[in-house]
Design a protein around this ligand. Structure first.
Ligand code: NDP
Length: 247
């Protein structure tokens, strides 16, 4: 199963993989896991120092040299994504993997009390940004022999829950985008599209969502990597349109 997957050491040799939110939490762990299996990882995120720390970790481990692409998904507009496509086309010529991982939690309140600005920010970062990034990157993914797009869902992206407002709705939308894209690409191309629900994981986001919880009761991001590697590598080549639990 995806949760028990044992990735061959060379699984991602010579692959070019873009990871959003690569500076922290699950995205950082995925970037390190992909690099350790041979990929050249493009680290996209908001806080440059965090991206630099991951870059250094990759370098010190002797993995293929990474690249840093600082970007605040909250303010980015379509032309920013097009500029990025140009830069990646020039430097790499193609893209073999895209992990949409960056997200914000927003505030958790009843819909009746929801803050409209926060609602829009959550939709911008968690949904609109991944739509625009996907749209911009598709030509580069089409240049790959075998490309994988992975979206990040959540339990509240499959069953609504009180007070999870914009975050839950953004994850339903993410599942929807994944399904639409997977269906469009199903018979026509070399690109597969799936989603991962990480499950409760010990990160900043989880700690801020559940302040009363003992953080170490949840697995570390590294424990999810079998699933992240499975969907990114060619052993999942025939898998398309699924939303998989990492735990
Ligand atoms: P973290 O908050 O630890 O990390 C989120 C990452 O996204 C950070 O690197 C952050 O960058 C980046 N990010 C946030 N906003 C922006 C922005 N505007 N522009 C660019 N980058 C941004 O979260 P997790 O690692 O826990 O979450 C990763 C994914 O997993 C998310 O999609 C989340 O919804 C999902 N998930 C997590 C669960 C959990 O229990 N942890 C459970 C279910 C789903 P920076 O640090 O610079 O702000």
């Amino acid at each position: 199963s995806a949760q028990q997957y044992q990735a061959p050491a060379q699984l991602l040799n010579d692959r070019i993989i873009l990871v959003t939110g690569a500076g922290d939490g699950i995205g950082r762990s995925a970037a390190l896991a992909y690099a350790s299996h041979g990929a050249t990882v493009i680290l996209l995120g908001k806080t440059v120092e965090k991206l630099e720390a991951v870059y250094d970790e990759i370098e010190q481990a002797g993995y293929p040299q990474a690249a840093i692409y600082p970007m605040d998904l909250k303010g980015a507009v379509m032309s920013d994504y097009e500029d990025m496509q140009q830069a990646l086309a020039q430097n790499f010529g193609r893209l073999d993997g895209l992990l949409h991982n960056a997200s914000v939690l927003g505030d958790r309140k009843p819909i009746a009390q929801s803050n409209v600005d926060i609602w829009q920010e959550v939709m911008q970062v968690n949904v609109n940004a991944e739509f625009m990034l996907t749209k911009a990157m598709l030509p580069l993914l089409e240049s790959s022999a075998s490309a994988s797009i992975i979206f990040t869902s959540s339990g509240v992206g499959r069953q609504g829950r009180a007070y999870w407002g914009p975050y839950a709705v953004s994850k339903f939308a993410t599942e929807g985008l994944m399904q639409v894209l997977a269906d469009e690409l199903a018979n026509t191309s070399n690109i597969r599209v799936n989603a991962i629900n990480p499950g409760a994981t010990n990160t900043n986001m989880r700690r801020s969502a559940y302040p009363a919880e003992q953080p170490t009761n949840n697995p570390q991001p590294a424990a999810l990597m079998p699933c992240y590697l499975y969907l990114m590598g060619d052993d999942s080549q025939a898998v398309n349109g699924l939303s998989i639990d990492a735990q």
